[in-house]
Design a protein around this ligand. Structure first.
Ligand code: ITT
Length: 198
């Protein structure tokens, strides 16, 4: 079974492939959407879930294959949920996004935060087959640390660890991340409902 990953973010593609390997998922081949298809969905939903549906549907329109979309982001309590669904557009570069978030939280004692990932799986006919949400709790550090991962990983300390996500190895992150938790539910659905090998 082939599933097209409906994203323009190469880090997500890598992580989804690695998570599938980590959990020994067989019978599913994940492929990034072909660049020549000019996949450029208008993410005007008001929730992670709505945006993941928009992306999966747009990729299905272009490919007529099974498609899986991931809409994700970082929500902080101190900023009433920001950057949230605007995480990718919070500032112009990954470093500027980190700097802006640390600056905006400078006077906040409430550093609690969570990464959220909403996934939607769509059939070749365009039906929504399955939706899932994964969340990873933690807090925002005062300075950045670590070189692994992407995005806000260097300033997100994972709950019950002393490490930012960027301090973690790829495998450590992929066992507990919001993306992994959402994807594990998708794997369960595929294995149980689509008669793929366990
Ligand atoms: P697509 O829409 O094409 O999938 P995108 O990167 O724009 O790619 P989103 O709209 O879902 O994706 O925005 C997700 C942003 O949230 C991402 O760019 C990062 O800034 C942040 N983010 C999501 N997951 C993350 C993770 O595992 N580690 C660090 N930052 C993450």
């Amino acid at each position: 079974m082939k599933i097209i990953i409906a994203t323009q973010n190469p880090h997500k593609v890598e992580e989804i492939k690695e998570i599938a390997k980590l959990f020994n998922i067989t019978g599913v081949e994940f492929s990034p959407i072909d660049k020549s298809l000019n996949f450029n969905p208008i993410e005007n939903g008001t929730t992670f879930e709505e945006n993941s549906i928009i992306k999966a549907k747009e990729a299905n329109k272009l490919t007529k294959e099974y498609t899986l979309a991931d809409d994700s982001g970082l929500c902080t309590e101190g900023l009433n949920g920001a950057p949230g669904i605007h995480s990718a557009r919070y500032a112009d570069s990954p470093q500027k996004r980190i700097d802006k978030l640390l600056a905006n939280l400078k006077d906040s004692k409430n550093r609690k935060a969570k990464f959220v990932c909403a996934m939607t799986l769509i059939s070749p006919k365009g039906e929504i087959l399955f939706k899932s949400i994964g969340e990873c709790k933690g807090e925002i550090s005062y300075t950045q640390s670590g070189t692994h991962g992407f995005g806000y990983d260097p300033i997100f300390i994972v709950e019950n660890t002393q490490k930012t996500m960027a301090d973690m190895t790829e495998e450590e992150k992929n066992r507990l991340s919001h993306r992994s938790l959402a994807l594990q539910k998708v794997f369960n659905y595929i294995q149980q409902e689509m008669n793929l090998p366990k």
